[in-house]
Ligand binder design. Sequence first.
Ligand code: SAH
Length: 231
Amino acid sequence: MMSRFNSRPEARGLGMTSQRARDRLIERLREAGIRDERVLVAMGTVPRHLFIDEALASRAYEDTALPIGNGQTISQPWVVARMTEALLEAPPVGQDVPRRVLEVGTGSGYQAAVLAALGIEVYSVERIDELLRQARRRLRKLGLEVRTRHDDGRIGWSEHAPFDAIIVTAAGAMIDPQLLAQLGDGGTLVAPVGGAGGQQLLRLRRQGDRIEQVSLGTVVFVPLLAGTVSA
Ligand code: SAH
């Protein structure tokens, strides 16, 4: 998987942002119950410090969410790992990993990078133009291909539907039926749902006409908001 990245010094990282710091994070994730080795390997490869402001880079491998500007955050590594694991658990028949995944909420681009590092074709929608432009630049620098769109992603990206999996990285009051309709047969959708009173990370699976839903536990995400923001 290393071969997906170029060998620029900033991609290799130094000191607090080194491979060793990343390895320690991976150990912590393992201790915290993350089991899927493919997810651990991918997260051990993607340089998270390049997805946040330089001033915060020394904290990049702590298991915590960090601000990325515009009132938004890069998700906590454990949450990224858990959601990615949930997407990989039961891919559609004949697939090792879901082949095409839609992400709602590109933010820093880190979650999209982890998915791309797993060899997944990623489609990612972000409502804040400034964040999306930064994310695109970072992904390009790392040689990771992610298709992005500046839009309100609550209703997905219909031109590219159906998707083998959908990941929503901001919390809405509900899962929009239009978004769920873009999930293909055998596909998995993970999304935080709920308001200030508390959010649940939901996992939905489509089997023909049936949708099976389970909660993976309590989480804290920034809100899923309507409309777009341009600089
Ligand atoms: N996956 C991101 C997490 C960023 S936080 C990462 O790895 O860094 C959630 C992001 O969702 C924010 O950038 C926010 O602007 C975006 N968001 C919120 N509502 C949205 C919507 N309706 N459509 C698209 N993006 C949205």
